[in-house]
Design a protein. Structure first.
Length: 216
């Protein structure tokens, strides 16, 4: 059986493939992002809200890569003299306490690193961010469609297309283990302007022009 996966953060670490360039075995596919996205997401958040000096990073433990994203955000924060309050979210029942802790710690914005469990509660996450007036940066576009403020990351549509192209090559006779695992090449910035207005935020026009999609 030949298998094409999609959106796997670390297929080598998970033991699915020997390397990205030479997978071997019966697996190939597309990865989802890289650790540097943590710093890049914080950079976009600060560009949109220049006065921000203290940011909370709330992360779900279901995605091991979230720790690498957190460390990337910390490195960027250190270079820009931004304080980071980090807190693991240990379950759905821990969402409200985590947001409360972030607000009590004086956070002015939040990076929410979701996992499979938290992703299913993205509307609740958006409501908590709005309730605490914490502008939020997210890991997936769907979180912004459901009320989060911003998303920056790989284009899911492009990843689907690349996965389909790999499957097509296998159907034409190629072996999965001979097809290099593909990393994202197209990234998107999505902004929910309705959420920004609900929070009373003034997002600079120059920043809005950088967005691939603005939800109004």
């Amino acid at each position: 059986m030949q298998i094409v996966f999609a959106f796997v953060p670390d297929p080598v670490g998970l033991g699915l493939v020997e390397s990205l360039a030479r997978p071997a075995g019966n697996f190939t596919g597309t990865t989802y992002g890289e650790a540097d996205l943590g710093g890049k997401r914080l950079e976009f958040l600060v560009d949109a809200l220049p006065a921000t000096k203290r940011v909370a990073v709330l992360w779900g433990g279901g995605f091991p890569q979230n720790l690498a994203l957190l460390e990337s955000a910390r490195r960027f924060a250190s270079a820009r003299a931004i304080e980071v309050f980090a807190r693991e979210v240990r379950g759905v029942g821990d969402l409200a306490p985590a947001f409360g802790d972030a607000a009590q710690a004086g956070a002015e914005a939040i990076i929410f690193l979701t996992d499979n469990l938290m992703f299913g509660h993205r509307k609740e996450v958006a409501e908590l961010a709005l309730g605490h007036r914490l502008p939020s940066m997210h890991s997936f576009g769907a979180e912004v469609e459901d009320g989060g403020l911003m998303f920056y990351g790989p284009s899911l549509a492009e990843s689907y297309r690349r996965s389909a192209a790999l499957a097509d090559r296998i159907l034409r006779g190629a072996r999965a283990g001979d097809l290099p695992v593909e990393q994202p090449t197209k990234f998107e910035l999505i902004i929910n302007l309705r959420t920004a207005k609900a929070m009373g935020l003034m997002i600079p026009e120059s920043f809005l022009l950088r967005a691939d999609e603005v939800i109004e």
